[in-house]
Design a protein around this ligand. Structure first.
Ligand code: HEC
Length: 194
């Protein structure tokens, strides 16, 4: 028995498909088509912590406020406070080293570039990809400003966004275990380090 597990971008549903291995290799010849270069580009757009992949464009919190009121507030609340339809985007700051840390954007997202990436990829639901790069910079600026992370007038673009330090940027274990210099904290033991 072979199982494949697919995780969609928003990880709301996970679909597990299991097949029994047949003696003959299946023929996928008539299935689907090769995606176009544009289609691959639209999906292959992950923005890393350094933001090297960020496109041109810019926006401020003031511009973002208007877009937010039109396209986001219905679900996330007029001030980003959240509703039954969607999580809060503002507030919820606290400690991480407790059993149930607040997993809000301001508390639990180490990189500001993820905000741009997430909105671009997933918001508003069912209209993903409808916002321009500058709209998304403006919305990102609005969310950062409302969380007291940047001043109201700051222009957010491909250069300034990666420099924004999220409040808990240093509250996480480094991405590379080699960067944890305390060997006990790294989990080393019996002459072996992970
Ligand atoms: C139809 C309702 C709806 C609208 C409109 C909407 N969102 Fe969302 N948003 C959601 C839901 C639901 C989630 C949680 C998705 C999940 O966790 O899988 C979410 C998650 C998010 C997150 C991640 C929050 C977190 O802490 O994980 C961000 C950022 C976000 N939305 C920004 C926006 C912005 C900006 C807009 C406007 C352009 C917008 N959303 C419009 C429903 C909505």
């Amino acid at each position: 028995m072979r199982c494949f597990r697919f995780w969609p971008a928003l990880a709301v549903i996970s679909l597990a498909a299991c097949t029994t291995a047949f003696p003959q290799a299946p023929n996928y010849g008539n299935l689907g088509r090769t995606p176009s270069k544009e289609e691959i580009q639209a999906w292959n757009q992950a923005i890393g912590p350094q933001g090297k992949e960020l496109p041109p464009g810019s926006g401020t919190a003031k511009q973002g406020q208007e877009i937010f009121a039109n396209k986001c507030a219905a679900c996330h609340g007029p001030a980003g406070e959240g509703s039954q339809l969607a999580p809060r985007l503002v507030g919820g700051r606290g400690a991480l080293n407790i059993p149930t840390p607040s997993r809000t954007l301001a508390n639990y997202w180490p990189f500001a570039t993820t905000i741009w990436d997430y909105i671009n990829r997933a918001m508003p639901p069912k209209q993903e990809g409808s916002l321009s790069a500058s709209d998304i910079y403006a919305l990102t600026a609005f969310i950062l400003y409302r969380n007291d992370i940047i001043p109201e007038g700051q222009v957010i673009d491909a250069t300034s966004l990666p420099k924004v330090k999220m409040p808990n940027r240093d509250g996480f274990i480094p991405q590379r275990l080699e960067d944890i210099h305390d060997l006990r904290a790294r989990g080393c033991g019996a002459g072996h380090c992970p």
